[in-house]
Write a protein that binds this ligand. Structure first.
Ligand SMILES: C[S@@+](CC[C@H](N)C(=O)[O-])C[C@H]1O[C@@H](n2cnc3c(N)ncnc32)[C@H](O)[C@@H]1O
Length: 541
């Protein structure tokens, strides 16, 4: 059914019967039994970059990794803004992901820490608030934005972000963007950018916000001001209502999506304690982290580069949102009657939850199969669990949909962290809101149903399944659970929906905002986490 990805190939029950993984040198090496299980080279962050480099995004910006003025002649002095421009353009032209495109650009432009932080804030902020800025810019140009050279529009968005959302003095924001325009597009563009940004700079951010969307219906106005596509705003409103919340929270939710998330670490149990990790963070970064609210293993930092922390580099700790930590713990910490030895993470890549579950499995004498369909993401899982023993965690490359038929009733606990629209993690993926469409949600909802069916068949009677998404969209959350449990009931497979809110209250240092509900939904504006969803199901028949 599955191919072993790097570890545990020798004791894999279905090895060789499914999706081949022979292209991976690591998998080959392990099959031959000659490669050491723990790879000696490389840190986690570096390995993630290498792995992600095979995903859409990094290769898209491959042609941009050289500073535009690195050849003969004077080096353009404002490398930070040039770097941000190249990142934003790579996102627009090549479909790159900002989080993958930016690091190699920062390196290529040889930015120091301060400039790297500036370029990152400028790139991410510009992409997140692009909808709002386009509405501002549209009021300052005398033609439809579709008729503006897209490179010039990128420059105008970058300039507008500096003017309205960063602490850059107006004259500096305008003149620096004009200089950049002259360099990357030409003189004519620079004159145009100068005229438009001067108009933008005539009002402050609040005046612009008050002016935006005045002639629209209230939801469209909110979408423009909050810089989200209208269909996303409608879906989020529906999700709030579906979870018994006041739709008036919508504005706060959109604003939370527009804020920079804090850096959260997970001190993987048995590998490093939160206390020891906190000391290490202080020593390495000078920052004093605070304990998490929702996960006993979480530490929250105001900033800093987690790649510098040795425990992170050695996979004893990882960068992981508190919401992600909490939902993994809901699966591992909810009491179970009978055997509790075989755990499955069905959609494990890149491996944050697998590492936390694997750490708990190791402490409890259980065995985790961390399974992922995409070979390069299975490699990332392998990297993320490398501090754990081979007895505790086995990484496989397999389609999660096959477990229900290939290994029925074999597992005691199963996590389905399903591929989803990601509408719950818009803070982290600044461009994703502009890329996704309602059609994506419909397509993903089909796959999510198949994966949950497979999980409920793969778990033994009395066993637990956690169905998780990083989206609050009703189609990807409650409706998946309801449809699947109803359909399986007709086949004679019974399930009981446990109270995930109560389970969260038992696990989390502070109960999340939605702790009163059976289906747990976390919220960026209330919990400070991604909008993770978790349904906890026990198989009864
Ligand atoms: C939301 S991510 C999982 C995140 C992961 N659990 C973590 O905490 O790092 C969903 C993953 O499911 C994988 N996936 C997509 N289709 C799949 C399938 N049919 N079977 C197994 N995994 C699949 C994707 O490649 C992606 O890595």
């Amino acid at each position: 059914m599955a191919a072993a990805a790097g570890r545990g190939g020798g004791h894999h029950a279905g090895r060789g019967g499914g999706r081949p993984h022979g292209n991976s040198p690591k998998a080959k090496g392990n099959r031959g039994g000659s490669e050491p299980r723990r790879r000696p080279q490389g840190d986690q962050a570096g390995a993630q970059r290498r792995g992600q480099g095979r995903e859409k995004g990094a290769h898209g910006s491959g042609g941009r990794q050289r500073p535009a003025r690195s050849g003969p002649g004077p080096r353009f002095t404002d490398q930070a803004r040039l770097c941000a421009y190249e990142a934003v353009t790579a996102v627009r032209e090549d479909g790159a992901y900002a989080n993958l495109a930016l690091p190699p650009l920062v390196e290529a432009h040889r930015l120091d820490q301060r400039d790297a932080a500036f370029a990152t804030a400028l790139t991410y902020g510009t992409l997140r608030l692009q909808g709002r800025y386009d509405a501002v810019i549209a009021q300052c140009v005398d033609r439809p934005l579709q008729q503006v050279d897209p490179r010039v529009l990128d420059l105008l968005r970058l300039g507008t972000h500096q003017l309205l959302s960063m602490r850059v003095p107006s004259h500096a924001a305008v003149s620096a963007t004009v200089d950049l325009s002259r360099l990357v597009v030409g003189r004519g563009a620079a004159t145009f950018v100068n005229a438009v940004l001067r108009r933008v700079s005539q009002q402050d951010a609040q005046v612009w916000l008050d002016r935006l969307g005045q002639e629209d219906d209230p939801l469209s106005a909110l979408a423009t001001r909050g810089s989200h596509p209208l269909w996303v705003v409608q879906a989020l409103r529906q999700a709030l209502i579906d979870n018994g919340r006041d739709p008036a929270e919508l504005e706060a939710l959109l604003e939370a999506d527009n804020a920079e998330p804090q850096v959260t670490l997970c001190a993987r149990p048995g590998l490093v304690t939160p206390q020891a990790l906190a000391k290490e963070v202080l020593r390495t970064t000078g920052l004093r982290p605070r304990a998490g609210d929702l996960s006993p293993y979480a530490l929250v930092l105001e900033g800093g580069d987690p790649g510098r922390i040795a425990s992170v580099r050695r996979s004893r700790a990882g960068v992981e949102d508190e919401g992600s930590q909490l939902v993994a713990l809901l699966l591992s910490e909810t009491p179970l009657q009978g055997r509790d030895e075989r755990w499955l993470d069905m959609c494990a890549g890149p491996g944050g939850k697998a590492a936390l579950l694997g750490a708990r499995a190791e402490q409890r004498g259980a065995h985790l199969v961390a399974s992922e369909v995409a070979p390069h993401r299975a490699d990332l899982v392998d990297d993320s669990v490398r501090a754990l023993s081979e007895q505790a965690v086995e990484v496989r490359c397999a389609d999660g949909r096959s477990y229900g038929t290939q290994e029925p009733g074999a597992y005691d606990r199963v996590l389905v962290d399903a591929p989803c629209s990601g509408l719950g993690s818009l803070r982290r993926r600044p461009e994703s809101r502009w890329r996704r469409s309602p059609q994506d949600v419909v397509e993903l909802a089909g796959l999510q149903r198949e994966l949950l069916v497979s999980a409920l068949k793969a778990v033994r009677k009395g066993g637990l399944v956690a169905y998780v998404t990083c989206s609050p969209h009703v189609l990807e959350t409650r409706l998946v659970v309801e449809d699947v449990t109803r359909a399986l009931e007709r086949e004679g497979l019974g399930t009981e929906l446990l109270h995930a809110g109560d389970a969260a209250t038992r696990v989390a240092p502070r109960p999340p905002a939605g702790a009163d509900r059976q289906l747990l939904q976390l919220w960026p504006h209330l919990d400070g986490t991604d909008a993770m969803f978790c349904a906890l199901l026990r198989r009864t028949r």
